[in-house]
Structures are given as C-alpha cells and as structure tokens.
Design a protein around this ligand. Structure first.
Ligand SMILES: [Zn+2]
Length: 332
C-alpha cells in the first residue's frame, strides 16, 4: 500500500492543509456544501488539490468531508453520495498521477453530524451503511486510502472502521481534541491509539486534526505517543480563529506552522499536515523545516508553549473527570 510503503521509506510524510479555507477563498459561501463543486466546479477542485501537491504535500485529502448521506440530506443531495465521492477521488487521482512523484490520495470522510446510540438516535448499522456508501464512491474514484477525520465519538470511529472493512480499503482515522484536551464526546489522547489497535480492521495511522491550536495539537500527540506502534498523524489548525473584517482569519504564520511541524514530529507524529487556516504557503515552510531539521527528542510542554503559544486548558484531559460536553461542529 502506497501510504505505508512511503512512510517506511521516508520516515515522515507531509500531509495537506485546509480544504474549507481554500474553498472559501475561491468563493464558496458559508453553509454551502463544498462537495457539489466536485461536479459543478471541477477546475477549482483540481486547483485546490494542486495547491497542496505543488507546496510539497506527499498526501492530500479529497473534497468529500461532508459527503455522507446525513450531511448531504441537508441540501437534498443524499442521492448523490456515491457520485460526488467518486468525482472527488477521480479529480484527486488525476492530480496525484500527474505529480511526477508518489502522492497519496486520501478519501476524506467527516462525521455524520448526528449523535449515535445510546446517547443519540443514529444506530451503528445506519452509521456503517452511510460510511460504506461514501467509501465505495471514494474507492471507485481511485482513492488509495480512506481518511476519517474530525471524529469525536468512539462509536462513530468504530462504525467507519467497519465500513472501511466492507469496502476492502485501508484507512486512517483522526479525532478532534477540542474540549479541554479531550474530544467533545470525552475520548482522551492516550485512549485513541489503544482503541484503534483493538478494532477488527485497525487503521494504518491514527491521530488528531483540527481542535484548538497548534500547541494543543502537539500536546495531544505527546499524549498519544508510546501507547503502541501505530503511526501518528498531526493535522493542527494554523493558530486560533479570529473574526477580522467580516471573515474568519487564522493567526498562525507560516513560520509558526514550520515550528509546529518540527515539534509534532519530535512529539511522535510521522504524518504531519495542517487543518483549518493552513494554506500552501504554510505547507511550503513546513516542508522546508522538516527537511532541514533532524528529528529531535520530544518537546516538554514548556517548550511547546514557548514556541507555539499557550494551551487552551490547563490539563491535557487524561486525568480527572471529563469536562461538560458542548455542542457544535467544525469542518475539516
Ligand atoms: Zn480544521
């Protein structure tokens, strides 16, 4: 499999940055489903993908984060799941194959947006079916690997694993640790690699994406490291979102993201990219820093805070009781 081959050959891989941020810059309106652009504006989606590849990414995610039936139903497009995912992956395949070097196409699958049983109404079987439908479309389009991201519930992670097995696809899966070091549904960083390893169809890599800021993300990687041998993924936001002149702006500079990339690798991650706010300009500096800097020892929390800024919460969520759950979803 191209992802594991590349990883063992190179030791680390650069993943891509933000999808949403790039599409908003191309004119996507807040609330519109980006997946429709796979059919309506394929040139823009190719440009999105090429932006990552030309900045040096070894792996990029398809424009299919919200491409499951539950999410597309909000736009009356639930009958287009398979076709939109196939198109997302086919455009990506085209760009990856033209790169002139090995580039991995990762088929993005985000949360269903629904709460699963026993807390909510979505059953395990329904969630598996939704992810499976999406996975088959991504597979048909030519994705190398499925890429589950921004998950907060263990139940949803399990359902996606089962769907990947049904589709006969390798997969990676990241959660979003955005609630005082835990996911919104209470999963801790140290728990994720352990629960992943016990799955019937374990992921080839696990990790964290989105969340709060670059410093929290590195703290989460430190919490995941050393649990077992599953490769770790770090996809942190480019700083903290700020509302400036009527739009959301992420305050992380390319230089900060370069520091973050080196620290994430020292903390134990081997697949390193960005999430919201991370542009090709950030990716270029991350790539240059990773190439110029040999891997060092894991940073201390003081070093992380000194270089990347303070943490959003005092503890990393691994000790004591879970903080109160809060509502709200964000895009990958
Ligand atoms: Zn994000």
């Amino acid at each position: 499999m191209i992802l594991t081959d590349l990883l063992s050959e190179r030791g680390w891989l650069l993943a891509d940055g933000a999808t949403g941020t790039a599409l908003f810059n191309m004119g996507l309106q807040a609330g519109d489903p980006p997946e429709l652009w796979n059919d309506d504006r394929p040139g823009d989606i190719r440009a999105l993908y090429r932006g990552s590849v030309e900045a040096g990414a070894d792996l990029f995610l398809t424009n299919s984060f919200g491409g499951n039936a539950a999410r597309l139903k909000l736009h009356d497009a639930q009958d287009r799941v398979r076709a939109l995912n196939r198109a997302a992956a086919a455009l990506a395949r085209e760009v990856a194959d033209a790169a002139g070097r090995p580039v991995v196409v990762a088929g993005s699958m985000g949360p269903t947006g629904e709460i699963m049983e026993p807390v909510g109404a979505l059953s395990h079987a329904e969630a598996v079916e939704m992810f499976h439908e999406q996975a088959e479309g991504l597979k048909e389009g030519g994705a190398d690997v499925l890429w589950l991201e921004t998950i907060s519930a263990e139940e949803e992670y399990r359902a996606a694993a089962e769907a990947a097995k049904l589709a006969g696809m390798p997969w990676c899966g990241t959660m979003s640790f955005d609630t005082a070091g835990r996911t919104m549904m209470g999963v801790t960083a140290d728990r994720l690699p352990r629960l992943a390893a016990r799955l019937d169809h374990p992921p080839v890599a696990v990790g964290a994406n989105c969340g709060v800021g670059a410093s929290d993300l590195v703290r989460t990687v430190l919490g995941m490291a050393g649990q077992n041998d599953i490769p770790l993924i770090a996809k942190g936001n480019a700083g903290i979102p700020k509302y400036v002149d009527g739009h959301i702006h992420y305050d992380g500079t390319p230089a900060l993201m370069a520091e973050y990339a080196v620290m994430a690798r020292n903390a134990g991650a081997s697949i390193i990219g960005g999430c919201c706010g991370t542009t090709p300009t950030h990716l270029r500096e991350m790539r240059a820093a990773l190439e110029a800097t040999p891997k060092g020892p894991p940073p201390t929390l003081d070093e992380v805070a000194a270089k990347l800024g303070g943490f959003s919460s005092e503890a990393d969520g691994t000790g004591g009781a879970a903080p109160a759950r809060r509502r709200g979803r964000r895009r990958g």
